[in-house]
Ligand binder design. Structure first.
Ligand code: KG4
Ligand code: ZN
Length: 332
């Protein structure tokens, strides 16, 4: 049993995971309300909330899982990528808990955690492909085996979630706006013909800043001409572009590599349009492949996914010392 701690951004989360696949508890304390009024995550505010929440979250996770400290095998913690101040709170708590209870410490990469959330749904089969789409990342990751991550494509500019949040601001929506744009998109039609950047290029990379600019220009010009645009159609057109590019490039990657499974992970994997379009594309073009998209509560940041990834590190005995530091730009 692993006690896992996640505090890389704006959720304080602690989980207890058994054998890397069974969730005994997964406490998530969200700070979204505090950041909304600033239109984004304020690092200093995030750190202060983590300090306030972390001890309660640890206690609650142990209580809900109905385990005592003696039942635990190790403590796992996200040490990057993320906000340095936020990461340091989880890291300090994990180190203190591990040291006080004489437990080994497992250092976990947040993005690996997002991928391993799929392991909480069903067993993983390798080789596999993962589409990682979050507020800070958009990557296609080829995994030949457990613990092996090869980035075969990534965004050249904005991450998909970042594009959602920036466009949401133009539409006057609250941060983070992915969920709301997704809902509006389902009420509208793809009428504005936004560009599908890099869709035909012979690589697995993405670009979303051109789409964001096209969206801003269209709304700005309409405002100047006092012309009314349809919000639902704007959202639907923006989402159609993002989803088409993500699905096309991911299917192309799955055809180019000998993969058995496709995992879609990260905050943007909660997107209904993306989930539906990816499922249809896999069914039509690669029916022998299995698609794993974690349930919504495991797509956003949470410690259960960190516990799932940590089990692999435990088997490899990849322990950290008390000198472990936060690495805000940690890569695979
Ligand atoms: O993985 P995550 O919770 O945090 C990071 O590690 O970045 O991802 C947050 C991102 C935000 O940009 C948010 O707008 C986006 O995920 N998101 C969505 C949806 N739900 C959350 N984007 C599109 N559609 C959604 N339904
Ligand atoms: Zn995340």
């Amino acid at each position: 049993m692993i006690l896992a701690i996640e505090s890389s951004c704006d959720e304080t989360s602690v989980a207890v995971i058994e054998n890397g696949e069974k969730i005994l508890s997964n406490i998530v304390a969200s700070q979204i309300k505090s950041h909304k009024r600033f239109g984004g995550v304020v690092p200093e505010v995030a750190s202060r909330h983590h300090v306030e929440q972390i001890t309660f979250c640890i206690e609650e996770a142990l209580t809900e899982a109905n385990v005592c400290v003696e039942d635990l095998t190790a403590v796992a913690v996200t040490y990057g990528p993320g906000l340095v101040g936020a990461l340091l709170i989880g890291l300090s708590a994990a180190k203190a808990f591990a040291w006080a209870n004489n437990l080994p410490l497992l250092p976990i990469n947040h993005m690996a955690g997002h991928i391993y959330a799929a392991r909480l749904v069903q067993p993983l089969e390798f080789p596999l492909m993962a589409l990682l789409v979050s507020g800070g990342h958009t990557e296609l990751v080829y995994m030949a085996e457990n613990g092996s991550f090869e980035i075969i494509g990534e965004t050249r500019d904005d991450a998909a979630g970042e594009a959602y949040d920036k466009v949401g601001r133009v539409l006057g929506l609250n941060y983070p706006s992915g969920k709301e744009i997704d809902a509006l998109a389902h009420e509208g039609q793809d009428t504005y013909n936004f560009p599908r950047a890099m869709i035909k290029e012979d690589n697995f990379d993405f670009s979303f800043s051109g789409l964001k600019s096209a969206f801003i220009n269209l709304t700005h010009n309409a405002e100047q001409r006092d012309e009314q645009l349809d919000r639902n159609d704007l959202a639907a057109s923006f989402q159609a572009s993002v989803v088409e590019v993500l699905v096309t490039k991911t299917i192309k990657a799955c055809k180019a590599y000998p993969v058995k499974q496709l995992i879609v992970a990260g905050g943007v994997a909660a997107n209904k349009g993306l989930r539906e379009a990816m499922a249809t594309a896999i069914e039509n073009e690669l029916p022998e492949m299995t698609l794993i998209v974690p349930p919504l509560r495991l797509c956003g940041d949470n410690a259960a996914m960190i516990g799932a990834a940590a089990h692999i590190e435990l088997q490899k005995k990849h322990f950290a010392t008390m000198a472990l530091n936060a690495d805000p730009s940690l890569a695979f």
